[in-house]
Every structure is written in structure tokens, then in C-alpha cells.
Design a protein around this ligand. Structure first.
Ligand code: HEC
Ligand code: HEC
Ligand code: HEC
Ligand code: HEC
Ligand code: HEC
Ligand code: HEC
Ligand code: HEC
Ligand code: HEC
Length: 489
């Protein structure tokens, strides 16, 4: 523990050396870790162990080999509940709750709780509320909300009259779950129970449960990047079990998800606020750079930089509609600087900046060439009543969805995290095929030649990026590719 404190202080000092662009963001540093042993060691907790050793030996064994057991934190210290808690149950003579919420963990781990509560992770359920009806209810059914979306995003956990948890909403360790005590998320989303290990959470597999699939293909992207290659080959050199895990000091063989998005680098503190270092929103029909607004109570929200950036001290609405006073604003440029600081432990400035330029160029290419024209055409078709307001009742709506949500997102995430396969074959290659081969032909079919030509002229052919379409007879050196007669002349 002593060692931990010293290293933390070393980070504090470095932090103050860069107050301009780091101080505002690493607000967590003001908070003290509240690990005081008078907080735990409830005597009645011993009874849980002797019985559960028999009734659930695996679970109990995981706890026994955990840092919690070594420190004397027992079952009841976590599962303790007040009679008045909604989800309190009477169990073998004690009042307990099955769910140990982030707020419960926060009694001892205040800093991690606050960082998690403020992060985009804890907003993951509110993020999807409006999307659920179309995607889940129309296309499939409520069962899929419970067994699909909610597993990653979370759901509101419903408590039945007797304090037990409704199977419509639990088991669930979704990252934005609304707990019976009102807190959000689930710490065991990353820290598998009952080991609750930090070594396990540092491994990229901790993120794979959710960060796979078209919305967030990051595990696949990482595995097919050079960083993933190096991680796989050097796992034993990663020092995952180290108490502190500072890049360049405790390990250097490869960066992982945690290195770039959460971990400590000299001058950058570790944080459970995963989205803090991201400049773009890569999961929208059109990506925008975003500043991060930090409120006085620690809550956060993002604002696209196309909107005026409010100042410190201003009051603006939070995501839940209430008003909040701004403590600090981190522009997308500052967020990018922090991410780049991680790269600089292993790469030169020229290399890191050069890469960021290549990445930004892909996002802008996607935006300008495909994202904006496709969105403008869709909006016009809704305006002209050629599409009904209901999503997904016309083939074109699926095609558009695939364009930005599946293929376009894979391309952008691939470019962000260095996988040429996702950037091109799984990404932009399909975006191009879709746009020219499916999207535009379907627009023609739906709107008829005259209206479609007008829309396509205005939104597509007017752009330089698409000017090649205007000269179909212009010779192309690779003519023949695609029809089976490759020419290398
Ligand atoms: C006499 C044995 C015994 C004791 C003592 C005991 N448990 Fe249990 N507990 C069980 C058994 C058996 C189950 C499984 C019941 C089932 O499968 O529905 C269980 C279930 C649970 C559950 C899951 C409830 C759910 O909603 O599924 C939790 C949490 C739990 N115990 C925690 C504790 C804690 C904390 C203590 C100590 C305060 C404790 N237990 C004491 C035997 C015991
Ligand atoms: C560090 C806090 C912590 C400690 C210590 C702890 N638990 Fe848990 N336990 C949790 C969390 C978190 C969950 C997950 C509930 C949820 O979020 O859905 C859980 C879930 C459970 C469940 C129900 C889920 C399942 O997988 O069946 C049982 C049973 C349980 N704990 C028993 C125990 C027993 C017995 C002990 C002591 C040997 C213990 N717990 C110690 C935090 C803790
Ligand atoms: C395998 C886990 C997983 C499942 C299942 C899942 N999501 Fe997501 N979803 C994510 C992740 C991770 C992100 C965040 C991606 C990012 O920000 O880069 C996300 C992002 C989103 C977004 C934000 C923008 C976008 O569309 O990409 C919406 C809306 C959304 N999900 C809705 C849903 C709905 C509705 C369902 C169920 C019908 C669902 N998701 C199922 C993991 C999942
Ligand atoms: C997104 C995944 C994720 C979630 C969710 C998460 N953690 Fe962590 N946690 C990690 C990782 C990764 C580390 C190791 C970070 C490092 O060393 O750089 C960690 C480390 C920790 C540590 C050790 C800190 C130290 O300095 O030794 C504690 C305590 C902790 N987490 C508690 C929590 C609590 C409490 C919650 C819920 C409020 C939570 N975590 C939610 C990923 C997560
Ligand atoms: C009653 C106090 C208490 C509660 C409640 C509590 N913890 Fe801990 N936790 C501790 C102590 C003490 C340690 C050991 C600290 C150390 O060794 O540095 C610890 C260590 C950890 C670690 C680091 C483990 C490692 O690999 O070194 C993680 C992660 C963690 N806790 C997560 C959680 C989560 C998640 C919850 C809620 C489900 C939780 N804790 C609830 C007191 C608590
Ligand atoms: C239980 C599911 C789950 C797990 C586990 C999980 N995430 Fe997430 N993550 C999400 C969802 C859902 C979102 C989208 C939330 C939102 O935008 O409100 C998200 C968002 C993010 C973002 C921010 C994207 C942005 O918009 O800036 C990052 C970065 C991220 N996660 C990294 C990680 C890392 C690193 C891990 C593992 C240590 C991890 N996540 C584990 C579900 C998860
Ligand atoms: C070498 C550093 C690095 C590694 C390793 C890495 N990422 Fe990223 N990640 C980035 C960068 C850079 C971005 C783009 C940030 C931006 O928007 O400017 C990004 C973007 C993301 C996003 C989308 C955020 C957005 O802007 O919308 C998510 C989600 C994410 N990463 C999760 C993960 C997960 C999960 C892993 C591991 C499987 C991982 N990352 C590995 C650097 C990394
Ligand atoms: C722990 C050290 C480490 C960190 C941190 C790190 N990288 Fe790397 N990265 C490497 C190594 C080693 C290679 C492999 C170099 C080689 O042999 O080609 C690599 C390869 C790359 C490549 C592939 C180059 C190519 O085209 O061959 C890119 C791009 C890259 N890194 C960008 C980044 C960016 C951007 C960041 C920060 C967000 C980052 N890296 C963080 C160690 C690191």
C-alpha cells in the first residue's frame, strides 16, 4: 500500500506540471481513496462464508482468493442492506441485497465510483432509450431488449414486492444499468465477480463482452492491429498483476484498451471515465468533434463543437434535463492531446501526429463523401413523404442504416485504432459498394427517375468526390477489375 501512495503522489506532481491541459480534466485527483478498515469486517459475515462454502463453493473460492478476502472484506460488507432498501431481503437471519451497486462499492472506492458515475458508460441506457422501439420492438421483440441490448447497455432493474429481482431485468450487468438505489452501471461488467481483480480488468478481454459487433467492433479492431499483435505475443511481459500500472514504468511491451482509454501514463492519471480522451463521436450518421463539459458535481456531458462552447461558471442543461454549473470544459483538442500523450511514451511526436491526421482524414472522407449526402437525401425523402416516418418499413432505410451504423462505424473505429482490415475491407470498401451499388439505385427506385436525378445531382454529383460518375466513358487504368479481366498495363 505504501508503494501505491508514493506512486500516486509522483503522478500528482507531474499532473501539476501540466495544469493547462490536464488539470481541468483529472478532477478525480482531488478525491481521497476511502479505504479505512473500520469500514469493513462485519462479524455476521462469517456465517455467510461457512454456509456458502458448501452451497456455492466456486463463488466462495473466487472471493477467498481475492484482494477483498485478503483485506478482510467479507460477503456481508458488500451485500449488507437496510430494511428500507427496495431490494432488501431477509436471508438466513441477515438483511441483504443481491445487487451490490456501484454506490455500494463507492462506500470504500469513492474515486472509482464518482468517475464511473460521470462517464459515458453510466449514460449507456439513456443513450438508447429512443432507439429501442424501432430496433428491438419492431424488428424483433421485448425479449431481445432483455437478452440483447440490456446485456451491454443495461436496463432498469425491477424489484418485485418481496424484494426479489424480476427476471425481466436481472441478471444484468449492463454498463448503464439503473440500480434499485438509483445509481448507474455495474462494476462487475469489467471486474468479474467474485475476484474483482484489477489485473483481469486490464486485459482487453474485459471489454470484449460489449465492444464487439458493428456498433463497437473494437476487440476485433485491436486484435488485428499491430498493438494487438504485440499484446498477444508479449502477454507475460505486460505485468498485468502489478499494483500500479503506469505505462513506460511498469510495462511497455504493448498498449491495450485500458492503456489508451483509462490507464496511467506519466503526466496522465488513470481514470474510470473511459470516454475522456476521445475527440470524435464515431457512432453517428455524421461524426463531429466534441468538447467535454464537466459540471461542479462531477457529472459530464459532451457537446458537438459546431455549437457555441459554454464557459466555466455558466449553467447549461445536463443530459437528464436538470441544470448544472460548469466546472471545466475540455475541448476536443485537449482531449486529443491527452490521448496523444499516451502514444508519445512509445512513438515520436511526428509519428503520432501523422497517424492522427490519417485517422481524422478517414472520418472526414466518410462524412463529406457519404455521410452528409446520404443523410441529406434521406431527410428530403421523408420531407417529400416518399418514406413513412416509421423506421425500417422500407428497404432503403435498412440500406442507409447499414451504411452509417454498420459499415461506416467499422471504418471509423478501424481507422481510430489502426486496423487496415476494418478501415478498408470491413469498412470503407463496403461503404462505397453500398452507396453506389445499393443506396443510390434504391433512391431511384423509390423516388422515380426525375425526382431522384434532382436529389442526386444536388447532393452527390455536385461534389468533386463523385465527379468520376459524370464521365462513364473515361478510360480507367484498372478497367477490367471486377468483370474478371484484370489488366496490369
Ligand atoms: C445456511 C446457509 C446460508 C447462509 C448462512 C447464507 N446463505 Fe446465502 N444462500 C444460501 C443458499 C443455499 C442460496 C441459494 C438459494 C437459491 O439458490 O435460491 C443463497 C443465496 C444467496 C444470494 C443470492 C440471492 C438471489 O437473489 O439469488 C446471496 C446474494 C447470498 N446468498 C448472500 C449471502 C450473504 C451475504 C450471507 C451472510 C449474511 C448469506 N448468504 C448467508 C445459503 C446461505
Ligand atoms: C466486493 C463486494 C462483494 C463481496 C465481498 C461479495 N459479493 Fe457477492 N456479489 C457482488 C456483486 C457486485 C454481485 C453482482 C450483483 C449484480 O450486480 O447483479 C454479487 C452477486 C452475488 C450473488 C448472486 C449472483 C450469482 O452469480 O449467483 C451471490 C449468490 C453472492 N454474490 C454471494 C456472495 C457470497 C456468498 C459472498 C462471500 C463469500 C459474496 N457474495 C461476497 C459483490 C460482492
Ligand atoms: C454487444 C453489446 C451491445 C449490444 C447487444 C447492443 N449494443 Fe448498442 N452499443 C454498444 C456499444 C459498446 C456502443 C458504443 C459504441 C461507441 O460509443 O463507440 C453502442 C452504441 C449504441 C448507440 C449509439 C449510437 C449507435 O447507434 O452506434 C445506440 C443508439 C445503441 N447502441 C442502441 C442499441 C440497441 C437499441 C440495442 C438492442 C436492440 C443495442 N444497442 C445492442 C454495445 C451493444
Ligand atoms: C470499463 C471497465 C471497468 C469498470 C466498469 C470498472 N472498472 Fe475498476 N478498474 C478497471 C481497470 C482496467 C482497472 C485497472 C486500471 C489501471 O491499473 O490502470 C481498474 C481498477 C480498479 C481499482 C483498483 C484501483 C487502484 O488504484 O488500485 C478499483 C478499486 C476499482 N477498479 C473499482 C471499481 C469500482 C468500484 C467500479 C464501479 C463503480 C469499477 N471499478 C468499475 C476497469 C473497470
Ligand atoms: C467495505 C469496503 C469495500 C467495499 C464495499 C468494496 N471494496 Fe473493493 N477493496 C476494498 C479493499 C480494502 C481492497 C484492497 C485494497 C488494497 O489491497 O489496495 C479492495 C480492492 C479492490 C480492487 C483491487 C483488486 C486487486 O486486484 O488488487 C478492486 C478492483 C475492487 N476492490 C473493486 C470493488 C468493487 C467492484 C466493489 C463493489 C462490488 C468493491 N470493491 C467493494 C474494500 C472494499
Ligand atoms: C457491459 C458493457 C461494456 C463493457 C464491459 C465495456 N463497455 Fe465501453 N461502452 C459500452 C457502451 C454501451 C458504451 C456507449 C455508452 C455511451 O455512449 O453512453 C461504451 C462506451 C465506451 C467508450 C466511449 C466512447 C465514446 O463515445 O467516447 C470507450 C472509450 C469505452 N467504452 C471503452 C471501454 C473499455 C476500455 C472497456 C474495457 C476496459 C469497456 N469500455 C468495457 C459498453 C461497455
Ligand atoms: C493505441 C491506443 C488504443 C488502443 C489500444 C485502443 N484504443 Fe480505442 N481508441 C483510440 C483512439 C485514438 C480512438 C479515437 C478517439 C477519438 O475520437 O479521437 C479510439 C476510439 C475508441 C472508441 C470510440 C470512441 C469514439 O470516439 O466514438 C471506443 C468505443 C474504443 N476506442 C474502445 C476501445 C476498446 C474496447 C479497445 C480494446 C479492445 C480499444 N479501444 C483499444 C485508441 C486506442
Ligand atoms: C506501449 C507502447 C505503445 C503505445 C502506448 C502506442 N504504441 Fe503504437 N505501436 C507500438 C509498437 C511497438 C508498434 C509496432 C511498430 C512496428 O514494428 O511496426 C506500434 C505500431 C503502431 C502503428 C502501426 C504503424 C504501421 O503502419 O506499421 C500505429 C499507426 C501506431 N502504433 C499508432 C499509435 C498511436 C496513435 C498510439 C496512441 C494512441 C500508439 N500507437 C500507442 C507501441 C505503442
Amino acid at each position: 500500500m505504501r508503494n501505491v501512495r508514493i506512486t500516486r503522489w509522483y503522478l500528482h506532481l507531474l499532473l501539476f506540471a501540466f495544469p493547462l491541459w490536464l488539470g481541468a480534466i483529472n478532477i478525480s485527483f482531488a478525491d481521497k481513496v476511502s479505504l479505512d478498515s473500520s469500514n469493513w469486517g462485519l462479524e455476521e459475515g462469517e456465517a455467510c462464508i461457512s454456509c456458502h462454502k458448501k452451497s456455492s463453493a466456486g463463488l466462495t473460492h473466487q472471493w477467498q482468493s481475492s484482494a477483498h478476502a485478503s483485506a478482510g472484506v467479507n460477503c456481508l460488507d458488500c451485500h449488507y442492506a437496510d430494511q428500507v432498501d427496495k431490494d432488501a431481503i431477509e436471508h438466513e437471519g441477515s438483511i441483504i441485497a443481491t445487487i451490490v451497486s456501484p454506490k455500494d462499492c463507492g462506500h470504500c472506492h469513492t474515486r472509482e465510483y464518482k468517475e464511473t458515475e460521470g462517464s459515458v458508460h453510466s449514460k449507456a441506457l439513456s443513450l438508447i432509450k429512443n432507439r429501442i422501439p424501432a430496433l428491438a420492438d419492431n424488428l424483433t421483440g421485448q425479449e431481445m431488449v432483455t437478452a440483447g441490448c440490456a446485456k451491454c447497455h443495461g436496463s432498469k432493474v425491477e424489484v418485485r414486492g418481496d424484494g426479489s429481482l424480476s427476471p425481466d431485468s436481472w441478471p444484468n450487468t449492463g454498463i448503464g444499468r439503473i440500480n434499485p438505489d438509483g445509481s448507474r452501471g455495474s462494476c462487475s461488467a469489467c471486474h468479474g465477480r467474485h475476484s474483482f481483480s484489477k489485473a483481469q480488468a486490464r486485459d482487453p478481454s474485459a471489454c470484449a463482452w460489449c465492444h464487439s459487433g458493428p456498433e463497437s467492433p473494437d476487440k476485433g479492431v485491436f486484435d488485428s492491429s499491430k498493438h494487438g499483435m504485440l499484446f498477444a505475443a508479449n502477454r507475460e511481459k505486460m505485468n498485468l498483476h502489478s499494483d500500479e500500472w503506469v505505462l513506460g514504468k511498469d510495462y511497455s511491451a504493448a498498449p491495450t484498451c485500458v492503456t489508451c482509454h483509462m490507464g496511467a501514463t506519466p503526466g496522465v492519471a488513470a481514470s474510470h471515465d473511459v470516454g475522456m480522451r476521445d475527440a470524435w463521436n464515431l457512432n453517428q450518421p455524421i461524426s463531429e468533434k466534441q468538447s467535454l463539459i464537466i459540471f461542479e458535481d462531477g457529472d459530464r456531458r459532451e457537446l458537438p463543437e459546431s455549437q457555441p462552447i459554454p464557459r466555466r461558471g455558466n449553467e447549461i442543461s445536463k443530459l437528464d434535463g436538470s441544470m448544472g454549473k460548469i466546472k471545466a470544459v475540455a475541448s476536443s483538442k485537449r482531449r486529443r492531446q491527452i490521448m496523444s500523450k499516451v502514444c508519445l511514451e512509445c512513438h515520436s511526436k511526428g509519428f503520432a501526429n501523422g497517424f492522427m491526421k490519417q485517422f481524422d482524414n478517414v472520418v472526414e472522407l466518410y462524412n463529406e463523401k457519404f455521410g452528409k449526402p446520404a443523410q441529406a437525401i434521406m431527410l428530403a425523402l421523408y420531407d417529400m413523404n416518399l418514406l413513412t416516418p416509421a423506421p425500417f418499413d422500407d428497404p432503403l432505410e435498412f440500406t442507409y442504416w447499414r451504411l452509417w451504423h454498420d459499415e461506416g462505424t467499422r471504418a471509423r473505429h478501424g481507422a481510430a485504432m489502426m486496423s487496415p482490415n476494418f478501415t478498408w475491407w470491413e469498412g470503407m470498401h463496403l461503404v462505397g459498394q453500398n452507396f453506389y451499388g445499393e443506396f443510390l439505385p434504391q433512391v431511384r427506385e423509390l423516388a422515380g427517375a426525375e425526382k431522384a436525378d434532382k436529389l442526386i445531382n444536388e447532393h452527390v454529383l455536385s461534389l468533386d468526390e463523385h465527379s468520376w460518375l459524370k464521365n462513364p466513358s473515361k478510360p480507367n487504368p484498372i478497367l477490367g477489375y471486377g468483370i474478371g479481366k484484370p489488366s496490369h498495363d
